[in-house]
Ligand binder design. Structure first.
Ligand code: SF4
Ligand code: SF4
Length: 282
């Protein structure tokens, strides 16, 4: 079962939920994998403290132009929807950071002057944290395109009964790439006007992708009841509520998994795991 833990905005407690779920499931003897798909700023390792056993480059294919063959016909620039090729009278330029590796330019070149070559855009790190199989992607600084790195993280997922994907925040391409193909999307939010606004955007995205979803309300005793009403009105199950607790913030700031540091937290995560297993939200 693949479960993405996502949120419409950052700082809602997504990684807290994902890392604690992984820890609880693995300690219960369940083969579990944790994938940190937040490749621009992965932080699950701070809490799970994995032993890294292997590192590999993450690559994407980008076109290279052979200037000896290029006739400057402009076909490659015309087909590229991303502005990643410019055909000038005496030169054809490729902007690798804009390239989506679709291969279109290579296909249309009439003189076979374009060939794709791998470009390293980040690093894949694989290891273990207790019994959890751990995978994270780290995008190189300045690299603009995170979806290829997220695809690499997902492709490296070990075989496991439960695969937890810690998503980047928001509702844009990296999140779509992360949640694609998952069996359930858990949206973590807070009961505030900002939380509700960003939750509603995330719900629209997940529903457009026809994926099952549930909501986890973090700091559930602050703010108002509008998130609860929204979920009820849209028939979205609230899978868990986590109260606002200074001890949670203290454990987080010390890089501890909350289940280990805060009494009662493990039971809440255990309850969430049980609801997932019961098929709530799917
Ligand atoms: S591979 Fe696709 S995205 Fe990249 S430069 Fe060629 S046409 Fe543009
Ligand atoms: S399609 Fe081929 S020949 Fe035409 S400008 Fe691009 S690289 Fe040059």
């Amino acid at each position: 079962m693949r479960i993405a833990i996502a949120s419409g905005k950052g700082g809602t407690g997504k990684t807290t939920v994902a890392t604690n779920l992984a820890q609880m499931a693995a300690r219960a003897g369940r083969p579990t994998a944790y994938l940190d798909c937040d490749v621009e700023e992965p932080n699950g390792h701070i809490f799970l403290k994995p032993t890294i056993e292997e590192e590999r480059p993450i690559e994407k294919l980008v076109p290279t132009v052979d200037p000896r063959l290029c006739t400057h016909c402009g076909a490659c620039a015309k087909i590229c929807r991303y502005g990643a090729v410019a055909s000038l009278p005496n030169e054809t330029l490729v902007f690798a950071e804009l390239c989506h590796s679709c291969g279109g330019c290579e296909l249309v070149c009439p003189v076979d002057a374009i060939h794709e070559a791998p470009l390293t855009i980040g690093t894949l790190r694989l290891g273990r944290s207790e019994a959890i199989r751990f995978v994270e992607g780290v995008l190189n600084v300045g690299e603009a395109m995170s979806p290829p790195a997220i695809r690499a993280v997902k492709a490296a997922a070990p075989r496991a009964d439960l695969v937890l994907l810690d998503s980047p925040p928001g509702t844009s391409c990296p999140v779509v790439e992360t949640v694609r193909g998952c069996d359930l999307v858990l949206l973590v939010t807070e009961p505030t006007p900002f939380g509700l606004h960003d939750l509603s955007l995330a719900v629209e995205m997940v529903r457009a992708m026809r994926l099952p979803l549930g909501v986890v309300i973090n700091r559930a005793d602050i703010g108002d009841r509008k998130v609860h009403e929204y979920c009820k009105g849209h028939r979205i199950p609230i899978m868990a509520e986590i109260p606002d607790d200074r001890a949670v913030a203290e454990a987080y700031s010390r890089g501890l998994t909350i289940s280990d540091a805060v009494p009662g937290f493990a039971e809440r995560i255990g309850g969430l795991l049980a609801r997932i297993d019961e098929g709530v939200g799917r």
